[in-house]
Ligand binder design. Structure first.
Ligand code: C5P
Length: 233
């Protein structure tokens, strides 16, 4: 299966994003647009970046009743992004409705749909005592991944460390999109469990999402090229 590096464009607006992209000249890295940038710049940022020839993962993490998510996905379908996502916690019916919304009348869906399982910011204790979900986080992740597969989704967001078991237990072609990647010896920031691009490749991740190690690098293009070399080649 294909592997690619997705740069997380965690910028406050259109201006900052486009001036970051200007460094790349002829290169067209795969980009992630998250809530901050989308809420600031709206669908126009997606159209502008697409016009420049980049692939886009629109990371908006939808979570609502099935009818509302389906209607929202219908709108996102027309943006023609390469991948978008939702929270598996919304349930199987919500995930099925989302897929329906994202599928055009021709039946040929362009946008891959993946699920966020448990947020990595939640501890096992919070999951048990606040959310009243028993068991361990990895058990919940695998259960939600199985629900996403049942609903017909294409994959999940997870840690690179979970990629092997997801491919083994859910399906070898179930896409794993994995944040939490750092260069060896690099600044970890607020990420808790990190792997290098080379390790993520070894573990079988399909996409790595890399933010600050590229966006805050002295030479972002060089940092991206190193990631691509270590992970995607
Ligand atoms: O800067 P950094 O490489 O840590 O950025 C990782 C990106 O992946 C951020 O956009 C963050 O929101 C996202 N993400 C994450 N962990 C998750 C889900 C998404 O770090 N579990």
């Amino acid at each position: 299966m294909n592997r690619d590096v997705i740069i997380a464009c965690d910028f406050p607006g259109m201006k900052e994003t486009l001036s970051f992209l200007d460094h790349f000249e002829g290169e067209k890295p795969y980009l992630k647009i998250g809530m901050e940038l989308y809420y600031a710049a709206g669908p126009e940022i997606v159209r502008e970046i697409k016009k420049r020839g980049h692939k886009i993962f629109l990371d908006l993490k939808l979570h609502d009743i099935p009818n509302t998510v389906k209607s929202a996905m219908k709108v996102l379908k027309d943006l023609n992004v390469d991948m978008t996502n939702l929270h598996a916690g919304g349930g199987i019916q919500m995930m099925e409705a989302a897929l329906e919304g994202l599928t055009p009348a021709s039946g040929e869906r362009q946008t891959k749909l993946i699920a966020v399982t448990m947020l990595t910011s939640l501890t096992n204790e919070a999951m048990n005592n606040e959310l009243l979900i028993p068991g361990t986080v990895p058990e919940t992740v695998m259960h939600y991944a199985a629900n996403a597969k049942k609903a017909g989704l294409d994959g999940i967001v997870c840690s690179p460390l979970e990629s092997p078991i997801v491919h083994e237990k859910i399906a070898p072609d179930f896409i794993t999109v994995t944040p939490g990647v750092r260069f060896a010896g690099g600044d970890v920031g607020d990420q808790k469990r990190v792997t290098t691009p080379a390790k993520a490749k070894e573990l079988g991740s399909n996409f790595i999402v890399v933010g600050r190690p590229i966006t805050k690098a002295e030479n972002p293009v060089e940092a991206w090229k190193i990631c691509m070399k270590d992970f995607a080649e």
